[in-house]
Design a protein around this ligand. Structure first.
Ligand code: C5P
Length: 227
């Protein structure tokens, strides 16, 4: 089975308060999405990279390199819908047991080293797996009635991407999700089917660029060496 990357890049980046979609904002002299795509192109484990954008995206062709990348113009209204549309567009291209690494365009700090760490750690596990970070802060929960309590952080992880699953499992999990709004990552849909995806230690450099200041943090990590 092959390993392929699927990058949803059809968001509008509302929290970034920028002029255009955040995946095109310049980071260290290049559009964010180009850094993200190049991480996969630099790994010899990845057979092909697919990018999902909206049908009317005017910028994508100037951003993706010509070899090894295919653009799918089938973005949807939500992240989950964009991914599901991408998977459906690939039904005659991918086999059921191919591994799909879904990775947010907004995480440009990914490296070939982290991709390989995920692939090696998950191995043949049918449940797949994802990069994640152990929670280091003390976690508070504010209840609806104004109560505040402390959640034991033992066993708590923050999900990153890539999240890697067999093609068929991922498509079935997303297509069958009962509450699409609750599917904020791919693993949650797979967990709802009774699987326990493997949590693989990620790295802070793989942060999701969400707020304006995150750009400078991402640039600091991009200037640093591959973990
Ligand atoms: O906005 P957020 O950072 O949560 O988006 C995560 C990823 O999902 C981004 O790469 C974004 O482009 C993508 N996305 C998408 N289609 C949408 C919404 C978000 O591909 N409708």
């Amino acid at each position: 089975p092959r390993y392929v990357a699927l990058i949803p890049a059809a968001g509008v980046g509302a929290r970034m308060r920028a002029d255009g979609p955040k995946q095109y904002l310049p980071i260290a002299g290049k559009p964010m999405l180009r850094h993200t795509v190049e991480a996969f192109l630099s790994s010899d484990r990845i057979a092909h990279t697919y990018v999902v954008v909206s049908a009317d995206d005017p910028l994508i062709d100037s951003v993706v390199p010509s070899g090894g990348v295919t653009v799918l113009r089938c973005g949807g209204a939500t992240r989950m819908e964009s991914i599901l549309n991408g998977l459906q567009a690939l039904r005659d291209t991918l086999r059921d047991d191919d591994h799909v690494l879904v990775h947010d365009a907004a995480r440009p700090g990914l490296t070939a080293g982290l991709i390989e760490r995920l692939i090696d750690a998950v191995g043949d596990d049918p449940a797949g797996g994802l990069l994640a970070l152990k929670v280091v802060d003390t976690v508070k929960l504010r209840g609806a009635e104004g109560s505040v309590s402390t959640v034991p952080r033992d066993g708590l992880w923050l999900a990153q991407t890539p999240q890697m699953f067999r093609y068929r499992l991922l498509r079935d999990a997303l297509a069958g999700a009962r509450d699409p709004a609750a599917v904020t990552d791919d693993a949650s849909a797979v967990e709802a089917m009774g699987f326990a995806p493997k949590l693989v230690e990620g790295h802070p450099r793989n942060l999701k660029v969400t707020l304006p200041d995150d750009i400078r943090i991402a640039e600091m990590y991009l200037a640093a060496t591959d973990p």
